[in-house]
Write a protein that binds this ligand. Sequence first.
Ligand code: FDA
Length: 395
Amino acid sequence: MQVGRYDVAIIGAGAAGMMCAAVAGQRGRRVVLIEHAHRVGEKIRISGGGRCNFTNVHAGPQHYLSREPQFARDVLRAYSPRDFMALVKLHRIGFHEKHKGQLFCDDSSQRIIDMLRAECAQGRVQWMQPCGVRHVEPTGAGFRLGTDHGVLLARRVVVATGGLPVPKIGASDYGLRLARQFGLQVVPPQPALVPLTFATEHWQPFAGLAGVAGEVKVSCGAQSFDEDLLFTHRGLSGPAILQISSFWTPGDSLRIDLAPGHDLGRLLRQAKTQSRQSLLNVLAQWMPRRLAQVWVEAQGLPGDRRLAEVADAKLTALGATLAAWSVRPSGTEGWRKAEVMRGGVDTAELHPLTLEARRVPGLHFIGEVVDVTGWLGGYNFQWAWASGHAAGMAV
Ligand code: FDA
């Protein structure tokens, strides 16, 4: 059964797909938006603790990982965080800056979903939902899509199926399979912005610290982040670890400064003359007390002894271990806990302004399914909006 003929068929009604549909529809294109899940924009809804960190005012190509580090530059320049902020203001959605340029809704992420739906309605976008896509074939004049609702024809197809994280809310590898079907290269997908885990026997001394958090500087190779770290039962999480996880590959060690900005060896030696307190009480001024306790015990130091009684050399060594904790994760918490996918459709296959496949005219890939992965902090949504906008303007 043929169910329609369209200028553009967009597969996936998430952040990028809805943005693309709205832009193309408002340019007068006949657009159908196909979504297989029962609810649209689920990742928007659950993002930012329910308040959606929808962009970052500082977003630039340096905040993205990709085989081609500059690939995102043109698309990000053509649709900036300011452009998305203007849209949010137009819809009278209150927002605030939380931390390092991260913008969040004042009330609920649902406002962003409602905004995108309203923009789609303005572009007379037709919805097919819930509806799975079974196959996409080229026809010469466009594409034939076999869907759960019947066959439809479209001059252009935009693939906006997102990444693999959180399969229970609709994530699928369909976009990657479609890319391979058309002979396009895919950079192997990996979980990113994800907590890291450790072998049980290595983690045993720290397992009791689950819930302890503090600011650290974490490094992997040449990349480092100053953010909060959180101990979990199985390993490490928190913004510092999520950020560095995108740069970590199995076998790499992380270097963690547990009291960044402080030369603890020197501070402890200085404090000897001024303080009658125990080593532990003094150390707890600069780091979480439970962590200080485990650390001092692991070093075989008497935490309850007066600081003045501990030898200078021991304090210097203690400061050095706290500034350069070296740990080797055994793995990640995987797709269930990852916020994004690293890898995806190889950017070398795509035109950097239109996201159209160079070798398959009329086929576009946008959002997380593309090998462009943002840092934590609103960068991934900004890529979704900007790439959706770019394709919406091109189709
Ligand atoms: P997205 O996943 O939004 O949409 C893809 C859509 O395609 C989904 O609706 C899916 O159901 C549908 N689909 C998949 N396969 C299909 C098929 N075969 N047929 C039809 N439909 C199909 N980013 C950020 O910048 N700020 C933040 O605060 C957060 N917070 C956050 C929290 C959590 C828990 C997660 C998991 C992720 C985030 N992110 C984030 C990342 C952000 O959500 C993500 O990068 C964007 O949603 C990607 O937008 P896309 O449109 O590419 O995919």
